[in-house]
Design a binder for this molecule. Structure first.
Ligand code: SF4
Ligand code: SF4
Length: 161
């Protein structure tokens, strides 16, 4: 009989504890979003897919084909083709910048390795495609237009040069 009453009391205490947790969370702001109608406000350091922003002041990208990002990438996701001058010698400029989104793990090592802030991880996170070939991107021809706070943040990396 004693154990029976003890079990009922323990059960009631446990029930009240559960209800108290529910009550507390009922008045807290919600952390979930009604995606895709609602979109999250992303932090500046958010790592979406890699892009090579177009520098409007320079009227060009900032890549010098130094290959540091290629060496820094642990997954061989990047390959760069240097521009060839009229004298047949390679120039300090990339003609093609290939980026394999399928093998990228968004580690940001390439961005950190770049001394010219030529590449940045964008806010793009809806990256699913139906054809695998579409994951092989050429970033120079995109002339990617960074906008908003991310553009200012990116520009601040080289404006004091
Ligand atoms: S984010 Fe990492 S894995 Fe992706 S391209 Fe850059 S270095 Fe390679
Ligand atoms: S993106 Fe940066 S690190 Fe990579 S080749 Fe261009 S200048 Fe060099």
């Amino acid at each position: 009989m004693f154990n029976y009453i003890k079990n009922i009391i323990t059960g009631l205490i446990s029930l009240c504890e559960g209800l108290w947790v529910t009550l507390k969370h009922f008045f807290r702001p919600s952390f979930t979003l009604q995606y895709p109608e609602q979109r999250p406000v992303l932090p500046l350091r958010f790592r979406g897919r890699l892009v090579m922003p177009y520098d409007k002041e320079k009227n060009d990208n900032r890549c010098t084909a130094c290959m540091l990002c290629v060496k820094a990438c642990p997954n061989n996701s990047i390959s760069v083709e240097k521009m060839i001058g009229e004298d047949g010698k390679p120039k300090s400029k990339a003609s093609k910048y290939f980026y394999n989104l399928a093998t990228c793990m968004f580690c940001n090592l390439c961005v950190e390795a770049c001394p010219f802030a030529a590449i940045v991880m964008s806010d793009e996170y809806e990256l699913a495609v139906y054809e695998k070939e579409k994951l092989n991107l050429e970033l120079i021809s995109e002339k990617y237009n960074l906008t908003g706070p991310k553009e200012k943040w990116w520009a601040s990396k080289f404006k004091e040069e």
